[in-house]
Design a protein around this ligand. Structure first.
Ligand code: SAM
Ligand code: SF4
Ligand code: SF4
Length: 334
């Protein structure tokens, strides 16, 4: 049998970007369809292109934009039944339907975080189109796996997405339950409160600091107290899980005082939040052969974090790239 491939992301994802709709992540190299008319998102073209890409994989041709990607797999004859079963397990029955919507088409934001790639790339522009008409169409034409659907709001900041509540209304009408929101927490989200009895929300607030001074320096907005207040409001809601995020910024928030302040904020929520620690991605955007050498004290800081979280029963995650840095002492482009 000739070679055959499949990509699970391609089958299940739509990623709404400012100028394009893609089938997986937001990398410049991933395949997608450019939006020509913001009033007509050309559903037929989006679905047709997706089908063509799936067919190419099936026929052993790796689409140009997918070359080098680690997501697609070869379906080998001897394990094709096993792979089919595996796909069936992860994407039961509705394999061909969409079960992951990523909302990334809005780029406006209240903050100007010093580390934010959107700011650095000057992306925080006015929203070009509304995604809701296409989402409605996909529901009407039964192209969404309602039961397994996860909708992830990335952005920009969702507080400035004018169609946010209308999208939640449409999802609620279709009995979709899983919503992920990345937000700066500067504004409370009444729409989350409104739908919290019908849906499960996972919110992640990038706090990145433990004191007002450092918050102001990083986020470049004087809103620390407002964010702390909103953290309290969100943790009082049912069906809302909240994670507080801390990006380690070399020479800015990588000190014990800041980490202790952050962990105190966590404790003040009566440990109702989870925490996630990450590295500044800019430290990992390296050319082959280059290395980011992690400062020695990173290890001490995260020892403190781990001990605190274990003692206080706080769910914590150290993201893979930070884990690598803590383990090896450096990060390099593989
Ligand atoms: C661009 S933000 C948009 C959502 C929201 N405004 C926020 O800040 O959470 C999406 C995610 O990217 C993360 N992010 C942005 N720049 C980063 C960087 N240089 N390193 C690590 N994470 C970064 C933020 O922490 C956030 O979780
Ligand atoms: S193979 Fe990679 S680039 Fe291509 S659709 Fe799948 S995830 Fe996207
Ligand atoms: S809050 Fe989010 S989108 Fe806004 S500047 Fe910071 S990281 Fe970027």
């Amino acid at each position: 049998m000739d070679k055959s491939y499949y990509c699970p992301k391609l089958e299940k994802t739509l990623n709404f970007l400012p100028q394009e709709i893609k089938y997986c992540c937001s990398c410049a190299t991933c395949p997608g369809v450019v939006i020509k008319d913001s009033k007509n998102l050309e559903k037929e073209k989006i679905i047709k292109t997706k089908k063509q890409l799936i067919e190419m994989f099936k026929n052993g041709i790796i689409p140009t934009k997918c070359r080098g990607c680690t997501e697609y797999r070869e379906i080998k004859e001897e394990n094709s039944n096993f792979i089919k079963k595996l796909i069936g397990f992860f994407y039961p029955k509705e394999t061909k339907k969409i079960s992951h919507l990523i909302m990334n088409h809005y780029k406006q934001c209240e903050c100007k975080c010093i580390y934010c790639t959107e700011i650095i790339n000057h992306n925080l522009k006015k929203q070009n189109y509304n995604a809701l008409p296409l989402i409605k169409q996909l529901f009407e034409e039964k192209m969404i796996d309602k039961k397994n659907l996860t909708v992830e709001f990335q952005g920009g900041n969702v507080s400035l997405l004018t169609e946010f509540e209308d999208i939640l209304e449409e999802l609620s009408k279709n009995k979709c339950k899983n919503i992920i929101i990345l937000t700066n927490g500067v504004q409370y989200l009444p729409a989350v409160e409104k739908y919290a009895s019908k849906m499960n929300f996972r919110l992640c607030i990038s706090l990145d600091s433990g004191t007002k001074e450092t918050f102001n320096k990083i986020k470049r907005i004087d809103a620390f107290d407002k964010v702390i207040d909103n953290i309290k409001k969100f943790t009082s809601l049912q069906n809302v899980e909240l994670t507080l995020k801390y990006i380690t910024l070399n020479g800015i928030n990588d000190n014990i005082n800041e980490i202790k302040g952050f962990l105190n904020i966590v404790k003040e929520t009566e440990n109702k939040v989870a925490v996630a620690f990450d590295i500044d991605y800019r430290d990992t955007f390296l050319t082959p052969g280059d290395k980011f050498i992690a400062p020695e004290h990173y290890k001490e800081l995260y020892k403190e974090v781990e001990e605190f979280c274990k003692e206080n029963n706080i769910l914590y995650t150290i993201q893979p790239q930070l884990k690598t840095v803590l383990k090896k002492g450096y990060y390099e482009q593989s």
